[in-house]
Design a protein around this ligand. Structure first.
Ligand SMILES: [Mn+2]
Length: 345
């Protein structure tokens, strides 16, 4: 599955009539959301010089991505200051990047017009559970990243990807494949990487910024994550960080990104999970290395979603620490009947 020529042409037609193209990525943006946001916006700017292109995300772009071109042009709300949702004109086009569902914009309640069909929108994504909420949907679930979808769109439309744009797009490919290590890194992904490198993508800059830079506060937060890993009877490697951990280490919520890959490294596990408390919510990140485990289905039980091998959810509430201790008669350690559970809370 990929984007068809017809999809690409439909997107082109919509964009070519736009006065203002507003690109939006999901809240708590990761490298793919940011790379796709900036890369697509810059492509549109080159392709449609008479249109105004703007970049939006309700949450700030983490500092580690500030090296990307146009990162500092990102503003919170996809509307000019002082204007309400009704000020959006009929010739405006909204482009959603890496947004699996409307609520992940953080704007689904305040800007309902974005999703009621009254504004023309293009939905560019790679999440399999994306409900195709756009006027035009460029959703390719077997692509590794939304950046790969943007690169494919550019290829079909014969748009030039310059070094700046290639750097944005390669960032998303790198982050959503865990540095080309995840199982979604197939031959087509390497082909895309080769193409972006030929266009001048600054690979070493991405590697340094994303994988070889960690604040002291991040290292301390990760220390707490690693220290608290426990293994469940269902074969899960699980850790949790509380608001207290974030406060004590001084690390922002975004610093947790990447820690899950270490928890997921415990041999023989079916899945891994990191729970984190964030302002009255508990966020869960799930990963698996196994083909017979579908963590997006697990996340779905908590109204979350994602991919088979990487998914997440968010619940309202906070974490209640629970410690379980078991006193086992050593002579009968293989017989669970003789173990006394003295779980304490
Ligand atoms: Mn993505």
């Amino acid at each position: 599955m990929s984007i068809t020529n017809a999809d690409a042409t439909a997107a082109y037609d919509l964009l070519s009539h736009a006065r203002h193209i507003r690109c939006i990525c999901h809240r708590n943006p990761d490298g793919d959301a940011i790379g796709a946001l900036l890369g697509s916006g810059l492509l549109f700017e080159h392709a449609f010089p008479t249109a105004t292109v703007s970049f939006h995300c309700v949450d700030p772009i983490p500092e580690q991505f500030h090296f990307l071109p146009a990162a500092l042009r990102v503003t919170p709300v996809p509307l000019p200051p002082g204007e309400g949702p009704d000020a959006m004109r009929s010739d405006d086009v909204i482009v959603f990047l890496d947004i699996a569902e409307p609520k992940l914009t953080g704007l689904d309640r305040s800007h309902t017009r974005l999703f009621d069909g009254s504004i023309r929108t293009i939905n560019i994504d790679h999440h399999p559970d994306n409900p195709r909420y756009g006027t035009i949907n460029l959703v390719v679930s077997d692509f590794c990243s939304s950046c790969e979808v943007v690169a494919r769109l550019a290829e079909l439309l014969h748009w030039t990807i310059d070094a700046e744009i290639a750097t944005c797009l390669l960032t998303g490919v790198y982050t959503d494949t865990g540095g080309l290590l995840h199982s979604n890194t197939n031959a087509r992904v390497y082909r895309t990487v080769a193409y972006l490198l030929r266009q001048g993508a600054r690979r070493q800059h991405i590697v340094t910024a994303v994988y070889r830079t960690a604040d002291l506060s991040t290292l301390r937060l990760w220390g707490r994550v690693m220290e608290k890993v426990t293994v469940t009877e269902e074969g899960g490697a699980i850790s949790a960080v509380t608001e207290g951990d974030f406060r004590a280490t001084g690390a922002p919520y975004s610093a947790l990104t990447g820690a899950i890959d270490y928890v997921n490294a415990v041999p023989g596990m079916r899945f891994s999970l990191i729970l984190s408390e964030r302002q009255g919510k508990v966020k869960g990140s799930l990963r698996t290395l196994r083909d017979d485990v579908d963590v997006s289905a697990m996340a779905g039980k908590f109204s979350g979603g994602g991919h088979r091998k990487a998914a997440g959810f968010a619940l309202t509430g906070k974490l209640k620490p629970e410690m379980r201790w078991k006193v086992v008669d050593e002579g009968a350690s293989n017989n669970p009947e003789q173990a006394t559970d003295v779980s304490s809370h």
